[in-house]
Design a protein around this ligand. Structure first.
Ligand SMILES: [Zn+2]
Length: 63
């Protein structure tokens, strides 16, 4: 189940829409910024029903 969420890149600050796969409740992965192409560290928490409860984005150095 895919949800689309808006995130702000921690490097360049650009807002973009990312697709989140809600079939897993808690996940950590990297997503490349579409503007500056750097790896954003994504932490996503989804409910059992497939809603995004929490989404945080950090720079690679903070992660
Ligand atoms: Zn960026």
């Amino acid at each position: 189940m895919l949800r689309y969420c808006e995130v702000s890149c921690p490097y360049c600050g650009e807002t973009q829409t990312v697709a989140v796969d809600c079939s897993t409740e808690i996940q950590d992965y990297y997503e490349d910024c579409r503007v500056c192409c750097r790896s954003m560290s994504m932490h996503v928490t989804c409910s059992y029903e497939g809603e995004v409860l929490d989404l945080s984005v950090r720079s690679e150095d903070e992660a």
